[in-house]
Write a protein that binds this ligand. Structure first.
Ligand SMILES: Cc1ncc(C[n+]2csc(CCOP(=O)(O)OP(=O)(O)O)c2C)c(N)n1
Length: 277
């Protein structure tokens, strides 16, 4: 059951998360900041309203599962887990430092609350299919599996094997979110290897699909409410239309801010932008 949290409370949490993302980029002296900021609203709504996960009992069997398939944004994920109480806030200071548990990609053997090690794109959805099937076989019928993917990641063939299998097994407990920020590492997705019409592609693969503005908390909340209520017998896909770098003017829609370093002057500027959202 989703928690009783207002959209305004979630908006404040999303600002806090964005501030933690830019601070962590500064501590780490680098990071995938553009794609972290674009998906911050989805991560916030998931961890502070929708996901049934508990830092006091992180391995309980009937919990929901979350897979960060675009694993390069551990820069957004670790701060989310810290804010949700899974790992200490202090962890952020060691992010991507030598011998830290918190690398540029998440390691489920080292991070409390992390269900899947990711980083090699294209594996989250097939893993999610396996987890959703496993939960069904074990009778945990209320537990959801949520997979957050990038739009550039849709270029990986294994995504479509997972999409096919999810529909074949009628996994209505499986939710995919595509962070449609329109940029990938080396340019606009539609120039590199176009994915549109991505909604029609998931529909053709047998999924329920809705599109929302993924940087508008009201829309994100409504989309997740529909995903949670899904009883269509099909897996559910949310195309979250977002902007890469959302919240910080210097980074917004700039392909060169896929990955970068933030010095203390840029950090202050970024925090001021986020506060004024
Ligand atoms: C299999 C694989 N190939 C290449 C990479 C290198 N890589 C890291 S991020 C990235 C771009 C991904 O673009 P997108 O999924 O749109 O992520 P976002 O723009 O949201 O950060 C690539 C190709 C990778 N991590 N895994």
């Amino acid at each position: 059951m989703p928690k009783k949290v207002t959209v305004d409370e979630l908006k404040e949490k999303a600002k806090e998360l964005r501030i933690n993302i830019v601070k962590t980029t500064n501590y780490a002296k680098s990071g995938h900041v553009g794609g972290s900021l674009s998906c911050a609203d989805s991560l916030t709504a998931l961890y502070f309203k929708y996901l049934n996960v508990d830092p006091a009992d992180p391995d309980k069997m009937d919990r929901d599962r979350f897979i960060l398939s675009k694993g390069h944004v551990a820069l957004a994920y670790v701060p989310t887990l810290a804010m949700a109480g899974f790992v200490p806030m202090d962890s952020l200071k060691s992010f991507n430092h030598f011998e830290s548990c918190y690398g540029i990609h998440p390691d489920s053997n080292k991070i409390k609350g992390c269900d899947a090690s990711t980083g090699s794109l294209g594996h989250g959805l097939p893993m999610g299919v396996g987890m959703a099937l496993g939960l069904r076989y074990q009778g945990y019928n209320d537990a959801k599996v949520v997979v957050l993917m990038g739009d550039g990641e849709q270029n990986e063939g294994s995504v479509w094997e997972g999409a096919m299998a999810g529909a074949h097994y009628k996994l209505e407990n499986l939710i995919a979110i595509v962070d449609r920020n329109k940029l990938m590492i080396d340019g606009p997705t539609e120039d590199v290897l176009g994915i549109d019409p991505i909604d029609k592609k998931y529909e053709a693969f047998g999924w329920e699909v809705i599109t929302c503005n993924g940087n508008d908390m009201e829309e994100v909340d409504k989309a997740l409410a529909k995903a949670w209520a899904n009883k269509s017998g099909k897996p559910f896909c949310i195309i979250a239309q977002t902007e890469k770098g959302y919240g910080v003017k210097r980074f917004q829609s700039k392909v060169e801010w896929h990955y970068g370093a933030i010095d203390s002057v840029m950090l202050e500027e970024a925090i001021a932008d986020i506060k004024s959202l």
